[in-house]
Ligand binder design. Sequence first.
Ligand code: DAH
Length: 353
Amino acid sequence: MAIADELELVRAQALADIAAAKSSEELDKVRVAVIGKSGALTKYLRSMGEVPKEERAQVGRAVNEARAVVEEALAARKETISQDELAAAIDAAAVDITLPGRAQQIGSRHLVSRITDEISEVFLGLGYNVVEGPEVETDYYNFTALNAPADHPSRSMADTFYVVDRSGEKSAVKGESDVLLRTQTSGVQVHTMEDQELPIYIIAPGKVYRRDVADPSHLPQFHQIEGLAIDKGITFGDLKGTLEFFCRQVFGQDRKTRFRAHYFPFTEPSAEVDVSCGICHGEGCRFCKHTGWLEILGCGMVDPNVLEMSGIDSEVYSGFAFGVGVERVACLKYNVPDLRMLLEGDMRFLRQF
Ligand code: DAH
């Protein structure tokens, strides 16, 4: 075959391969195969010596022309492929802005915190201050200074969480300790009587701990709000009026309250306060165990002994105290049948409040 025809074939094949190349790599392979060091066209330039003299100039021109055409085709194809590849990369990285977004869950105050605030507001409005006491207490503040007899069952290791010093102190060796997780906020009464000037009007919200297994009406850790008022001439009438006002503010004007005689070591006389059931309105139902009433707090006139132990003259001053369970109030206010529901973190439940 004449060289001119061969060149024509090589050129046609090269242009076809260039057109068929689908990626930069494929195109580069074609380039190497045609105009690379030992490419199909380059071969002709290298073997120019074998071409008869009189044909050399003509063949040379034809090879160079073929080369120029191929190079041009390569450049054009390269441009198209780069654009396609860029477009594909952009497509692959594209964000579908029509997809619905993921909503952020915005937190809110827990019902227990809300009720604590609500109760605190009522007493702040009556001129009380809010104070806090330690959750890790000594036996003295939790029991002794509150008149709790040394043989009271709640003082046993099996009934209260004791913080045992394992460093080898004498009490720890014997397995005894006088440091405990407070079982009630009542110890804050003692701290306040020791530290503050009279008269005293305080409430003290906080966590308390009991060796109770969680069930619908018990939790091993819960919140109380303690109240203490000490002044000259405080009577049981002040206690009743204050707590009745508190109950109506929190539960609503339509709920009734009643005081039932009870016993607490640090108050005399003592009472428990019930509020009428919000579900049956006093008729009797499962929620109120068919009594029509729900117990919400303990209270009483501060025992003169307790005043004296904290250095207050019980001949001059008198006072009342009360303790409310916050989880209990939350459940009774919103008719929640099980205290444990407050702790489960179920948003469907918590969002209702
Ligand atoms: N501390 C008691 C308890 O945890 C509740 C209580 C009762 C507190 C009578 C008081 C009170 O201040 O006067 O069961």
